[in-house]
Design a protein around this ligand. Sequence first.
Ligand code: DON
Length: 304
Amino acid sequence: MDYQKILNTIHEDTSYHNAIGKVASYIPELAKVDPKKFGMHLYCRNSGHYSFGDSQEKFSIQSISKVFTLTMAMQILGESLWERVDVEPSGDPFNSLTQLEYEQGVPRNPFINAGALVIADILVSNLDDPKNDLLEFVRKLSGNNEINYDLKVAESEKSTGYRNYGLVNYMKALGNIKNDVEPILDFYFHQCSLTMSCEELAKAFMLFANEGKLLGTEEKIISKERVKRINALMQTCGFYDEAGEFSFEVGLPGKSGVGGGIVAIHPSQFSVAVWSPILNPKGNSELGMAALEKLTTLTGFSIF
Ligand code: DON
């Protein structure tokens, strides 16, 4: 498979000029990002890595971080995690509050904001320094110690994060949040502010394409059984109320963020990250989805 040739074709055929969406603006700091940025990086399980465009430039990974925190929480709590958060697609926007009322404060899945806030609560309960532990975990997965939080982005979201304050307070009222709301939101806003490049993200997500092992050293980080579950959740819930569309167009487990990043994996072939900050109305990268649709069509590698 000539991945570089396929990536070059995707680059040539996916034009910024055809995009109709907008860069995220509800987090003021994200509105400053250049909408023309576009990059992609693919790590193959057997043979090297391939890229185009701004694949080495760092951007705000936002909700992609929810896959890292879920992995940490599964390692800590095992099966009892699922008493606090469900594993069903929500069919609602990522920051919706409505289902919480009639589902007694148990979020539909760990990737909508409500679910990620419960995961944040679990990490705050179980770790002495969750922000530092998350950094160390992500640095280990990507083999790069230069991964950091963007404190301006974290602060910017804190100053406008009314929905997340609403979600966590409401779940606390319903008994599914154990800590004070401030340390949970502080951790959550920091996890979303992690900045990584497509190259770093694709490398870190090889874990989910390589049976829970690091690429290269083959060090075991999580069990195959947990990888299966995380990939299933990415497939069914990774794109919120667009999870069906992503399965339909792309056919891979993946996770998006409002910084314009998307990471997707093929369970035995590759891990791929793409970044274009222009979002569609559901909050997912417009060109990112188009690029991944071309990737699975041209390679024939989707899970379907
Ligand atoms: O909590 C928020 O609204 C953001 N920090 C993350 C949302 C996000 O990335 C949704 N994904 N497409």
